[in-house]
Design a protein around this ligand. Structure first.
Ligand code: NI
Length: 368
């Protein structure tokens, strides 16, 4: 099966599709699973699918999440099986996640007689949009699931190394838009208007004090203002200024704190300049946080399978895997895929030799 999985991996790598457009990907996964006699659940979403393996013995319902979408990046790996979809690339290793999930479903299906309980392999669309997991949660798929595992390619570690850690491993991803409203006027007569630009600049500066003055210094968190927009010419004071950016936090209470302080600071700083500010807070996925019991089990199984386990690097990036963890305990494992360019970069590569050991590990993890 190992050779077959590598062939499939190359096919998926060559045929990347963006979030919500994973039609060919879904069709190919379905074809492979059905040919191997694996049950595929009826499913309401247009892309993505669920494989299910019912063990002969009684036991819990477990799930494995494999995300399947690619990114709008022009590939520069030089691989013989590089993307044939111009401007799209599997630059986050989701092609590897797909075949790991397929391998796992196929092997567990062969071992049905000894399998206790049920395993669902969730081939999830649109992780890169941060909302694919929510789409899955709108279906009935997770209703009976009691715990869930997820993996992610990790180009900062060699093959044979797994990063596993208890607690928060990646950040909550929230977005904000602040609109500062002043009163437009001639650039030569600022006294006749209310300039929103200095008010917006003051807000940008003051927001960082949430990180330095309000946050517990032992809690990782950050604010990035990534867009400032005001005016469209040199001699007119604009009516409004807009700030946009992202807040990343690891703790639930910090998320609430940042949203509250951001509103207080933006509104009162704007008022100090005679302007008004409105804050739109757009919540994304919460922090990914690993369950203690599942972490212990994942480490034990990893060692039994010959992996080295290192503490998982925490990241201020996010993963919508956390939406599942709002329902059931979860564990998100980083799989060393060979050191090289980081994820979301045009030269990112997964060493194919990681596929087979990962499949065997996941089968052991899910088969109990
Ligand atoms: Ni990813």
């Amino acid at each position: 099966m190992e050779k077959q999985l590598i062939e499939w991996f190359e096919w998926f790598h060559k045929n990347p599709e963006l979030s919500y457009e994973e039609y060919k990907t879904t069709a190919r996964i379905r074809e492979i699973l059905i040919q191997a006699g694996v049950e595929v659940l009826p499913f309401e979403l247009e892309t993505g699918l669920i494989a299910v393996i019912h063990g002969k013995r009684k036991g819990a319902v477990r799930a494995l999440r494999c995300d399947i979408d690619a990114l709008p990046i022009i590939e520069e790996t030089g691989l013989s099986y590089a993307s044939c979809h111009n401007g799209k690339m599997h630059a986050c290793g989701h092609d590897f996640h797909i075949v790991a999930g397929i391998g796992c479903a196929l092997l567990l299906n062969q071992k049905k007689d000894e399998l206790a309980g049920t395993v669902k392999v969730i081939f999830q669309p649109a992780e890169e949009s941060s909302l694919g997991a929510l789409k899955i949660l709108e279906t009935s798929v997770m209703k009976d699931v009691e715990r869930i595992w997820g993996i992610h390619a990790d180009p900062t570690n060699e093959i044979g190394v797994l990063g596993i850690r208890e607690g928060s491993v990646s950040a909550a991803v929230d977005r904000f838009v602040i609109t500062v409203k002043g009163k437009g006027c001639h650039g030569a007569h600022p006294d006749e208007g209310i300039d929103p630009v200095p008010a917006a600049a003051a807000i940008v500066q003051a927001l960082q004090t949430i990180v330095t003055r309000n946050r517990n210094a032992f809690h990782p968190a950050l604010i990035s203002v990534t867009r400032m927009e005001a005016g469209n010419t040199w001699n007119v004071i604009p009516e409004t200024a807009v700030l946009e950016g992202t807040v990343r936090t690891m703790d639930r209470e910090d998320r609430i704190l940042f949203e509250r302080r951001m509103k207080e600071i933006a509104e009162s700083a704007a008022r100090a300049y005679g302007a008004e500010a409105g804050v739109k807070w757009i919540p994304g996925p919460p922090a990914v946080s690993n369950d203690t019991f599942m972490v212990e089990k994942s480490i034990q199984t990893a060692k039994a399978c010959g992996f080295d386990v290192v503490p998982e690097e925490t990241s201020m990036g996010g993963d919508d895997f956390s939406f599942y963890e709002e329902k059931v305990p979860g564990c998100y494992i980083k799989v060393g895929t060979g050191r090289g360019q980081l994820i979301h970069q045009p030269g990112f590569k997964v060493d194919e030799r990681v596929i087979w050991p990962t499949v065997k590990y996941l089968v052991n993890l899910l088969n109990d």
